[in-house]
Design a protein. Structure first.
Length: 346
């Protein structure tokens, strides 16, 4: 999904004055059937940001739902990993080739920086897909809420970063919540737990590696959307051999068995949509989160996780125990508290 263009600010006509809280604001012109209406720039910015967050939540929920449906019919997680990564590549390459988006120019040192980050991205995505296929989406999301625990550990090991005690204290509810949810999860499988934990370790590694190399320029035109596009290409390239190794021999048999039940057109369409949702939700997230403060980021992440859990429980009918629900709630709120405290006690 291409980065939305910023609303172009223009000078208001002589008869258009925008006043809000007794402060004159810059105005933009919005076309309406009845003519032209002057709107405060702040309203346009807020509406644009609101749309980005809505798109982020919607696409993220749809990705989780579609991925789970695909894996219920076609239980090949490594294949799903590769397909979901691949779908975004032609799109971003088209943007670069057409000039709509400036193509990145990466030097040799840049590739040395990006390859480990791309590898962590590949492993993190594969672990998440495995977790989604092996257990309930709500359980996978709850375990993934524990990512800050691994981020803190790796930040100390790799970067020597020591946070304030309040930040470490906020990790306790996350650990307790995830443990309680795991013990009381009706559809618990070790594969789902290990997949989600692997994803946490990999994505925490990606974050730490990114921070460790942030002062090393990777090349030209490496803004957030382009960086994600490059990481997607690296992750796809590194994931493909694993998909062939683990699932290549049994692919045709699994495909025939699945399409005999749901039909090839349905499965192909759902897999394509899965890749579309995955790429676009990540790109929209990059754009939206670059426009807000860390606290707003934390609130949005918490709301997003709750939306995914509630929606998938309703769609797939996963039964939740009382203590399992309490554990999930504690873990999600613990993650929110961690983000707030980490931002406050830098």
């Amino acid at each position: 999904m291409a980065e939305p263009e910023e609303a172009a600010a223009v000078a208001p006509p002589p008869d258009a004055t925008c006043i809000e809280d007794e402060a004159v604001e810059e105005c933009v012109l919005a076309e309406w059937p009845a003519g032209k209406l002057a709107l405060p720039q702040s309203i346009v910015d807020k509406a644009s940001l609101g749309f980005l967050f809505f798109a982020w939540f919607f696409l993220n929920v749809m990705y989780n739902v579609t991925n789970k449906k695909c894996q219920n019919a076609f239980p090949m997680p490594w294949t799903m990993t590769v397909v979901s990564l691949f779908v975004g590549i032609p799109w971003v390459c088209l943007l670069w080739a057409s000039g709509i988006r400036k193509a990145p120019k990466i030097n040799a040192d840049g590739w040395k920086v990006l390859l480990p980050i791309g590898a962590a991205h590949a492993l993190g995505h594969a672990g998440a897909v495995i977790a989604l296929g092996a257990g309930a989406v709500s359980f996978a999301q709850t375990v993934k809420a524990a990512e800050p625990v691994f981020t803190c550990v790796l930040s100390y090991i790799v970067l020597g970063t020591v946070f304030k005690w309040q930040v470490y204290a906020s990790l306790l509810p996350i650990i307790v919540g995830v443990s309680l949810a795991s013990l009381k999860e009706l559809s618990f499988t070790w594969k789902a737990l290990y997949g989600a934990l692997t994803s946490n370790i990999a994505f925490a590694s990606r974050a730490v590696l990114s921070k460790a190399t942030m002062d090393k320029p990777a090349g030209e035109n490496m803004d957030a959307p382009n960086l994600y596009g490059v990481l997607t290409i690296i992750a796809f390239t590194l994931s493909l051999p694993f998909a062939l190794y683990f699932e290549g021999a049994g692919f045709m048999e699994a495909w025939k068995a699945s399409t005999a039940v749901v039909g090839a057109p349905w499965l192909i369409r759902q897999m394509a949509l899965d890749g579309f949702y995955y790429y676009t939700y990540n790109e929209v997230a990059f754009i939206a989160l670059n426009k807000v403060s860390p606290i707003t980021h934390s609130i949005a992440n918490t709301i997003k996780r709750v939306c995914i859990i509630l929606t998938t429980v309703l769609i797939f009918g996963n039964k939740l125990t009382f203590l399992g629900t309490v554990g999930s709630t504690i873990a999600v709120l613990g993650t929110f508290s961690y983000s707030i405290l980490k931002s406050k006690f830098k």
